[in-house]
Design a binder for this molecule. Structure first.
Ligand code: GTR
Length: 395
């Protein structure tokens, strides 16, 4: 499959107009943006790309399955909470791992994110419950703590934030296997329709977004957490999910895309890195099936990804790239943030533009922020330094 990673081969492209409504009206104020254009764009994304999120279930229960008051070297209160959803005579549940700073004297902001390989893989603690569906035999004890750098829980807590995570497979197993959606949260809401029919209107990314909103529902019941300062984050495919969560759920005050790349924050029309043909071939279940029609013809997509950042306005959108992560198109990620600026301007907020310098290692701050660190595709301390810096301004 074709993939370009040569900047000199990137041709000219025209971005679709974010402020122009489908009836031709040009939006010039925040009220019309919020009430006319924003809902229109959200609907276009649901129909064309990410599908429709499930609704809230009839019944939700939160059960604390473990609690420890001296977690993370006595710096945190740790809870493992089982979230169980019931609807149409069926149930679905997953376990959330939560750390709250032990010395907090008032409710603290919270980071909310999914993890790839189980809650036990992102914590240094050896008594955290192993989570994650056994997709390929990888959910084993030997993988404990392999990804602690991705979440940096100890440092997050030290800086005065709570932090919560769930394994994404427990919300929707990440596989194009046709039974996956039946093992996902969508199973609660649909009668047994064919895989083909299901994917005309739903996707794994929407399920993951739904899961992060349900995590926030649960956190709203924690008296030491200030949910008016909830920050959703994610790496790569989970960054795509974090963006979609923030677009739908305006309770999240900050939305962090860590190297979300193609169909995340990167501009689709810039022919660089992963493209629609590649992503819909390997991961068709991330999108509604009709999105694959745009393989090799990105210019025909009715939107581009600066529209997705615009859906976050006027809240904080945080974009992180890595220099060597060409697959995710760091420049396309930067430009997407820059092109969202006219929507932020409707709210009287100035954000960075295409010409703002952003050398490797630098941080652009503001309501739309950007950083690019050296190194490869990952989420680590250098990324978190930037996220905490923005979060500290909100705190
Ligand atoms: C890749 C995929 C990317 C990105 C990545 C990840 O294989 O092509 O879009 O999502 O997986 O999630 O690590």
């Amino acid at each position: 499959m074709y993939k370009n990673e040569d900047e000199s081969m990137v041709g000219a492209y025209t971005l679709p107009e974010v402020l122009e409504c489908s009836d031709g009206k040009i939006i010039d104020n925040a009220f019309d943006w919020v009430h006319i254009r924003r809902p229109e764009i959200l609907e276009i994304y649901k129909k064309t790309m990410y599908g429709y999120l499930p609704v809230r279930p009839d019944k939700t229960e939160f059960e604390v399955v473990s609690e420890k008051n001296d977690a993370l070297n006595n710096t945190a209160v740790r809870k493992e909470i089982k979230l169980t959803f019931s609807m149409n005579g069926k149930t679905h549940s997953f376990v959330m791992l939560l750390y709250i700073p032990k010395n907090a004297v008032a409710p603290v902001p919270v980071f909310v994110g999914l993890n790839f390989r189980g809650n036990h893989t992102v914590t240094p603690e050896n008594d955290v419950i192993m989570t994650g569906k056994t997709l390929d035999g990888e959910f084993v004890e030997s993988r404990r703590s392999i990804h602690i750098n991705r979440c940096c829980f100890e440092e997050t807590v030290k800086r005065g934030y709570a932090t919560a995570t769930v394994c994404y497979h427990d919300v929707y197993p990440d596989s194009k296997d046709e039974n996956s959606w039946r093992k996902s949260v969508y199973n609660l809401f649909y009668a047994d329709e064919s895989n083909e029919k299901f994917h005309t209107h739903a996707s794994a990314i929407s399920a993951w977004a739904w899961g992060m909103s349900r995590m926030l529902d649960c956190l709203e019941g924690e008296k030491m957490i200030d949910c008016s300062k909830a920050f959703v984050y994610g790496l790569s495919r989970l960054g795509k999910a974090a963006l979609w969560t923030g677009a739908n759920d305006t309770r999240f005050k900050m939305v962090i895309s860590n190297e979300s790349g193609c169909c995340g924050v990167a501009l689709l029309r810039r022919d660089f890195g992963e493209n629609v043909e590649i992503i819909t071939h390997y991961f068709p279940h991330w999108f509604v099936s009709s999105f694959a029609q745009y393989a090799c013809c990105e210019a025909e997509i009715p939107f581009d990804q600066h529209w997705l950042i615009s859906l976050i306005a006027p809240r904080y959108a945080v974009i992180g790239s890595a220099e060597e992560d060409l697959h995710a198109d760091p420049k396309g990620e930067f430009l997407s943030g820059a092109h969202a600026r006219r929507v932020y301007k409707l709210f009287g907020i100035e954000t960075y533009n295409e010409n703002t310098p952003h050398p490797v290692g630098s941080h652009i701050t503001g309501a739309v922020s950007y950083h690019i660190r050296s190194g490869v595709h990952d989420q680590n301390l250098a990324d978190w330094e930037h996220y905490w810096e923005i979060a500290d301004k909100i705190k």
